[in-house]
Design a protein around this ligand. Structure first.
Ligand SMILES: Cc1ncc(COP(=O)(O)O)c(C=O)c1O
Length: 397
């Protein structure tokens, strides 16, 4: 029960998640052949931390009531989103522009359905979160992969190259902002560039901002609605689930103000009979509160410490380069200068170091020489992972 938990978060606490039907630890052996008994799970994007106490209290109150019927409405959550966005991101959506979906992969699928027809193209800027391509292909649309360029080891847009790739069959683009897996927080000029790209090619601009709260201290995320000239084609996706580690609640938001885009989205929601899960609503609403803010600030500081430990540690291995992390807790590490094949790199990470990571190839064009490491775990585990990696590649020293 929550009263047994101290109010202050203890991110150093090792909490055993094995045997709880949790994807990250209970599926690492079937997926990667790495046993959870001796391995370290650094793949699926959730954290090995408890959410703030206010979230646990909300679940306990519902559980204690004992009747789990339909929720009346998501109005309270929509108000909380307005408060949160205003306070954290300097922009307040109109509550009537917010839809509650079953998470953002679900929201992506709904956007594909609402704004494109079978056979049309959806533009992705790769490497990027793998579920986008999976959902687009499953819906019978074409994935148009526009590779991000590299500038001093960081991803940047390459609009001239992408302009030349457009065929006229593209209807929608999905921008990941902040970017998963590269950890970039896009600057104002870059976002304006994407807005102009969407206008030039007449694309619906879906901006997935699920990682917007998880910036490193001192780094500011700019919400896409704050960019001028984009509101008439913008569909923004946000969620509390990454921020507060409640991904199992499967709840997310689609914010869209342009009347035609809004009507099309509403019609897809209605056709599929979607309405929110009441536990998810209660958890998300409780999280967007002053207590949630305090917890988030502590989390960001802790993740920054993990980032420093991980990046400094793996950068000591010759030929291994982590991309500097500006947001997310997902370290994107380039192994190309080790001169090893992808198979050899993975044999050492999974077989020798016994670490389960997301393979770079699953993120699309440009991800081939990278692997993605989730550092949202107690610092002692990050330190252990760094030591194992240094040992697995020690012949390069
Ligand atoms: C960019 C991005 N969008 C969406 C998701 C998943 O969203 P959900 O759990 O709400 O389906 C993730 C998870 O890692 C993500 O990184």
């Amino acid at each position: 029960m929550s009263h047994e938990r101290p109010a202050a978060p203890d991110f150093d606490e090792i909490i055993d998640r094995r045997g709880t039907n949790c994807s990250k630890w209970d599926q690492m052996e079937p997926v990667y052949g790495v046993s959870p008994d001796e391995g370290i799970a650094m793949w699926v994007a959730d954290m090995d931390f408890r959410p703030p106490l206010c979230v646990q209290r909300a679940v306990e109150e519902m559980a204690a009531h004992g009747i789990y019927g339909y929720a009346a409405s998501d109005a309270v959550q929509r108000e909380a989103i307005g408060w949160w966005m205003d306070r954290r991101h300097g922009w307040r959506p109109d509550a009537s522009d917010i839809f509650t979906t079953h998470g953002l992969v679900n929201a992506t699928g709904l956007c594909v359905d609402a704004y494109t027809d079978p056979g049309e193209g959806v533009v992705l800027f790769t490497p990027v979160y793998h579920a986008f391509a999976r959902v687009i292909r499953a819906a019978g649309r074409e994935v148009v992969e526009c590779p991000l360029a590299l500038d001093h080891g960081r991803y940047v847009p390459d609009f001239d190259a992408w302009d030349a790739m457009m065929t006229g069959r593209e209807r929608m683009m999905i921008l990941c902002s902040p970017q998963n897996p590269g950890g970039r927080v896009w600057g104002r000029a870059e976002l304006e560039g994407w807005a102009a790209f969407a206008r030039r090619h007449d694309l619906v601009l879906v901006s997935d901002e699920i990682h917007c709260d998880l910036t490193m201290p001192g780094v500011m995320h700019r919400a896409m609605p704050r960019i001028e000239g984009v509101a008439d084609r913008l569909v923004m996706l946000t969620a509390t689930t990454k921020t507060f580690n409640i991904a199992g609640a499967h709840i997310g938001n689609v914010i869209v103000s342009e009347p035609k885009l809004k009507a099309r989205f509403a019609s897809r929601m209605a056709a599929l009979g979607l309405s929110p899960n009441s536990f998810g609503l209660a958890m998300a609403t409780a999280a967007m509160s002053p207590e949630g803010v305090e917890w988030l600030e502590a989390l960001r500081g802790y993740l920054d410490g993990n980032r420093r430990l991980f990046e400094e540690g793996v950068a000591q291995i010759p030929g291994v380069r982590p991309m500097p992390l500006e947001s997310t807790y997902l370290e994107w590490v380039d192994f190309s200068d080790t001169g090893m094949t992808r198979e050899e790199v993975l044999r050492r990470i999974e077989g020798d170091a016994k670490i389960a990571v997301n393979h770079g190839t699953s993120f699309g064009r440009g991800g081939e020489s990278y692997q993605r490491f989730n550092i949202a775990t107690p610092r002692a585990r990050v330190a252990e992972a760094v030591a194992r990696l240094q040992s697995a590649f020690s012949d390069l020293q």
